[in-house]
Ligand binder design. Structure first.
Ligand SMILES: Nc1ncnc2c1ncn2[C@@H]1O[C@H](COP(=O)(O)OP(=O)(O)O)[C@@H](O)[C@H]1O
Ligand code: SF4
Ligand SMILES: [Mg+2]
Length: 383
């Protein structure tokens, strides 16, 4: 028999924008290094993740996505240092063991952080093979986790719970006896996701969780993950350089460039009507899956060296619509028409002429996420 579990969580019935916040990041600033040599990797970032929501965080490599997420849960590696901001985790006491109330993550001591990390906020990183311990079996790794966090479980309970978790991610219980090197990359990543779900966290941070996998396996895992999100109701911060993934998965998307959030919008709005030239460039870096064909344009140049940022808008050397003002003054995030829409771009301030590419009407409010195009869940193969 399994030990009695905490009551199952039901997914939020409210639309994401009406649900209450679970993780609030306000004015977060992170530097690497100190003094004159410091590089500002995250500058004045605000993100609000709501219960049951999938928030996408997109941007090219080096734009500060991982730094932002790791700083929020205080897993930043040296020489990273948080220089300003606030991160609040609003816990809901689902279990006797869990923390209650609001936790100021930047002020919390190690003991509080230990109760929050993994139990309430878990992380899935890109390389599961590195994250898993190579010298013990998958089952032993689940066992260690449950032994610490579910002390009331018997040996049999831990085994049963581990098998149940593997089943949730489409793996059979016999894999508990496997070592990580005996599993494919996709299976390792599934096992990591199962471990991240083991304690029924309220938030999962997914940092490029499928980037190392082939596209078919990637899509299957993402579909499973979103199915689990619907079933379990956790909120997810999904980080990727691939904006095309997010338009199908996320409720809201924030786009980062050179350490700053430059555009934020519901996924359908961002997909159908991007307002920021950089977002427009990211969307045109891949062939469209829906609607009429359009040429792939890409973004010229490469992301800036954070030690020598361009003046004004950091994107101006790569922006086809850059104006004189863009070279002089840095735009700040400001609200646009439409709920939860913000952009930092001079084209949408004052009397600038907005290019037609960035002037598409907002999609209807009910548009939701653009439809997924992946293989049917029922037809998936276990890779
Ligand atoms: N360990 C480090 N030491 C010094 N600078 C770093 C380190 N890690 C990241 N950075 C700086 O922070 C920037 C953002 O990195 P990161 O958060 O990993 O970006 P992303 O996840 O978007 O690819 C990098 O462009 C780099 O300048
Ligand atoms: S502010 Fe200017 S340079 Fe920056 S994205 Fe907008 S148009 Fe381009
Ligand atoms: Mg990263």
């Amino acid at each position: 028999m399994m030990a009695p579990e905490a009551p199952a969580r039901t997914p939020s019935a409210k639309p994401a924008q009406l649900a209450e916040p679970v993780l609030e990041i306000r004015g977060l600033c992170v530097d690497y290094g100190y003094g004159a040599d410091a590089v500002s990797a995250v500058v004045d970032c605000d993100l609000v993740l709501r219960r049951g929501e999938v928030m996408g965080l997109a941007g090219e490599s080096g734009s500060g996505k991982s730094t932002l997420a790791m700083a929020a849960i205080r897993l930043l590696r040296s020489p990273g240092v948080i220089t300003a901001g606030e991160v609040l985790f609003h816990s809901r006491p689902f279990s006797e063991e869990g923390p209650r109330g609001t936790i100021d993550m930047l002020a919390a001591n190690d003991s509080v952080l230990r109760t929050v990390r993994w139990s309430e906020i878990s992380v899935v990183l890109q390389s599961a093979l590195n994250a898993l311990n190579p010298v013990i079996t998958i089952g032993a790794q689940f066992d260690d986790l449950l032994r610490v966090h579910r002390p009331s479980f018997s040996n049999r309970d831990r085994w049963n719970r581990s098998a149940e978790l593997l089943d949730m991610v489409g793996m059979t219980a016999d894999r508990l006896r496997s070592y990580p090197h005996e599993l494919s990359g996709g299976m390792c990543q599934r096992a990591m996701i199962a471990m991240a779900l083991a304690l029924e966290p309220q938030v999962i941070l997914l940092d490029e969780p499928t980037t190392a996998l082939d596209v078919v396996t990637q899509r299957e895992i993402l579909e499973e993950l979103m199915g689990l999100r619907d079933q379990l109701g956790f909120a997810a911060l999904f980080i990727t350089h691939d904006l095309s993934l997010l338009v199908e998965l996320a409720d809201e998307i924030a786009v980062m460039y050179a350490g700053r959030v430059m555009e934020r919008a519901p996924a359908a709005s961002l997909f159908h009507a991007p307002r920021l030239p950089y977002t427009y460039g990211l969307l045109n870096c891949f062939p469209p899956m829906h609607g009429p064909r359009r040429p792939m344009e890409g973004i010229p140049g490469s992301p800036p060296d954070l030690r020598v940022l361009p003046t004004g808008c950091a994107f101006h050397p790569r922006c086809r619509w850059a104006m004189e003002r863009c070279r002089q003054e840095r735009p700040v995030l400001r609200p646009l028409g439409g709920p939860n829409r913000e952009v930092a771009c001079w084209l949408h301030a004052g009397d600038a002429t907005i290019p037609r590419e960035l002037a598409h009407p907002e999609p209807p409010a009910a548009a939701g996420r653009p439809a997924a195009t992946g293989p049917a869940r029922a037809a998936r193969a276990r890779r």
